[in-house]
Design a protein around this ligand. Structure first.
Ligand code: URA
Length: 250
């Protein structure tokens, strides 16, 4: 098998991330640095290391995707483009990947893709308290009253009484580069993820979400260098942060 393919399969990295670590001289085959991405290696007998650490088969794969507007958070859809269609064919076929929770079709931002059902379940369970941070562009400025309502756990509509959430105003400096410029912006931190939750919460205060972007989940922030539609595997540190965010009781 090619060296870049084996590194990708063992680590869960994308093929281009695997090539990058190889050409940087971070990969050794049987103790020797090997920078030849197309080198033929034997997956059953050659010993590979990355930064000195032995590579063994990873049970699960974890990607961070910058979801663009216009894609649906599903593995298949008969009309719309799915988030999985943004992966290369090789990455898509490697495992049975699925998105961790859903973002609306018009929402952008951080979406994890994995084949780890247990971690995914915990991250979307409100009982586990994993924070989800959203930046929203709004029709009108938020008030002190709105902030108190969000914090108190408001009745949103007949079906939903939201858990307490943190709402704060965002200055143009804070949101520049993340939201379209001008207008009124706010940051919301929630621990649940009911259908259209952020939009429904603002609607309940007589406001309207004009644009929504998820910036962080479980303590892991969207990588600013990822353009909409781009993705990469999580670093070991990011994965640990995610796992720690749901390790609490409940
Ligand atoms: N809340 C919403 O209203 N939409 C999303 O996509 C995510 C949270």
């Amino acid at each position: 098998m090619r060296l870049d393919k084996l590194v990708a399969e063992l680590t869960g990295m994308t093929r281009s991330q695997a090539r990058d670590v190889i050409v940087k001289g971070r990969v050794c085959v049987n103790g020797e640095v090997n920078k030849t991405t197309a080198e033929q290696v034997k997956e059953d007998s050659d010993v590979l290391t990355l930064d000195g650490k032995r590579l063994t088969f990873q049970k699960f794969v974890y990607y961070m995707l910058h979801k663009p507007a216009g894609t649906v958070s599903a593995t298949q859809d008969k009309d719309a483009k799915t988030v999985l269609s943004l992966l290369t064919e090789e990455d898509r076929k490697r495992r049975n990947l699925f998105p961790v929770g859903r973002l609306d079709k018009d929402t952008e931002g951080l979406l994890f893709l994995t084949d780890d059902g247990m971690l995914s379940h915990k991250l979307i369970s409100p009982k586990k308290h994993a924070d989800k941070l959203y930046f929203a562009k709004l029709a009108r400025e938020i008030t002190e009253e709105d902030i108190k309502l969000f914090a108190s756990g408001m009745k949103v509509d007949e079906e939903l009484t939201a858990m307490p959430a943190e709402l704060r105003r965002l200055s143009e400096t804070e949101f520049s580069g993340f939201l379209p410029s001008g207008g009124f912006a706010a940051a919301v931190t929630l621990q649940e993820g009911k259908f259209h939750q952020v939009k429904r919460m603002f609607a309940a205060t007589g406001n309207e979400v004009l644009y929504l972007k998820r910036m962080a989940m479980g303590g892991v922030r969207l990588d600013e260098s990822l353009a909409p539609g781009a993705y990469r595997s999580l670093t070991e540190e990011e994965l640990r942060t995610l796992q720690d965010s749901v390790r609490s009781e409940g």
